[in-house]
Structure formats: C-alpha cells, structure tokens
Design a protein around this ligand. Structure first.
Ligand SMILES: CC(C)(COP(=O)(O)OP(=O)(O)OC[C@H]1O[C@@H](n2cnc3c(N)ncnc32)[C@H](O)[C@@H]1OP(=O)(O)O)[C@@H](O)C(=O)NCCC(=O)NCCS
Length: 179
C-alpha cells in the first residue's frame, strides 16, 4: 500500500484537489490506494490499446501492467488518480529524486481528453513534489507523443534535452519545470 512506501521525507498526503476542469464538471485528484489498482490497470489498457497503432510492441507491453506489475511500480513512486463522478479517468506517478521529482506513467481516458484532467493531475503532483522539497519537476516523453509534448509546453515546462533512438529505438524529449 502507498502508505507503506512513503519515505520519511515525504509529507502527509495533501487534501483532495478539486480542479475546475471545464465548467460545471468537478474533478477530484488524490493519492491512490491499493483498492484503485484494478481500475488503474484497466485505464492503462484502454489508453494504450487506443494508441497502439505503430507503437513498438515492447512499449505497449510495459505500458499495460498487470495488477501485480503495477503494485511493483508503486515501490518508491507516489501515484495520483483523477476521478470524475467517482470514475477513475486519469493517473500519473511522481518519483522523488535528490531534490527533483520525475513524472511517470501519465495517462488519461480517451473519453475525457482536452478537459483538463492531465493538467489537474500534474498540478497535484507538482504541489506534492514541492511540499516534499523538490525544486524541479521533470518528465520524458517519446517525441512521437504530440499530445504530451503540447501538454508539457502548455503547462510551462521547458524542453531541456533530446535523446536520439533512446527508448525502443524512439527519440525521447526531456522537459523540466522549476517548482
Ligand atoms: C497527453 C495526455 C495525458 C493529455 O491529457 P488531457 O487530459 O487531454 O490534457 P489536458 O486536457 O489537461 O490538456 C491541457 C492542454 O494541453 C494541450 N494539449 C493536450 N492534448 C493535446 C492534443 N492532443 N493536441 C494539442 N494540444 C494538446 C492543450 O494546450 C490543452 O489545453 P486546451 O485543451 O485548452 O487546448 C493524453 O492525451 C494521453 O493520455 N495520451 C496518451 C498517453 C500519453 O501520451 N501519456 C504521456 C506519456 S509521457
């Protein structure tokens, strides 16, 4: 359980974040518990099945964890889930380093894209990272993930690197934002 993996320097979980996504639609972002694992795995399956056209099979496989695999991802990573009307619609992980925080495994249900879900998740992760004494938030994305690149740019991340043929023979772009 996430509680058990919290390191000493991590703060108490923040209160649920209520983000005003689109008008009249409340979105709740909070830290996950073990009870969320099946819904999270179902979300990753849905997201990456929808994106699979042309993607390296290894990427697809590692992006669609089983509940057991996801439980091991939770080691050392704090995950946040976004819910609308109680339904889990997005997830992101945040891994603390020595003074920085790395965003991982961001995914939003294709049915609710462009409604501020990822923005709300990143806002919650950034708040938590800052409270955990991180000074910088960083993220890497395959160059082909245009939506993710647009999202990070929109949220004020600066591009800080480009790794060629780095992961599954794909180019990777690096982004950072000071907290
Ligand atoms: C990338 C992703 C997480 C974005 O989620 P989202 O909830 O739709 O993002 P938001 O609604 O918060 O978008 C905020 C802003 O980012 C930009 N943006 C997001 N998706 C975009 C797209 N497809 N095209 C252009 N700009 C986009 C826009 O500026 C948007 O604001 P706007 O809708 O007012 O124009 C989602 O598309 C996704 O899950 N993609 C597949 C998985 C993935 O690529 N994960 C990231 C791996 S690093």
């Amino acid at each position: 359980m996430a509680e058990q993996h919290r390191s000493e320097r991590e703060p108490e979980p923040p209160p649920a974040t209520i983000a005003p996504a689109k008008p009249n639609v409340a979105l709740v972002v909070e830290r996950i518990t073990h009870q969320d694992v099946p819904a999270i795995c179902a979300l990753y399956k849905k997201v990456w099945d929808a994106e699979k056209e042309g993607l390296p099979p290894e990427l697809l496989k590692t992006s669609q964890p089983t509940p057991l695999e996801f439980t091991s991802w939770m080691e050392g990573v704090t995950y946040f889930a976004a819910r609308r009307d109680g339904r889990l619609v997005g997830v992101v992980g945040c891994e603390l380093g020595d003074g920085s925080a790395h965003l991982v495994h961001l995914a939003v249900d294709p049915d609710v894209r462009r409604q501020g879900v990822a923005s709300a998740l990143l806002s919650a992760a950034a708040d938590w990272a800052k409270r955990s004494n991180a000074e910088e938030l960083w993220v890497d994305a395959l160059a082909r993930f245009r939506a993710a690149v647009a999202l990070f740019t929109r949220l004020g991340f600066a591009e800080c690197g480009h790794l060629h043929k780095h992961q599954w023979h794909e180019d990777v772009r690096l982004f950072e934002r000071m907290l």
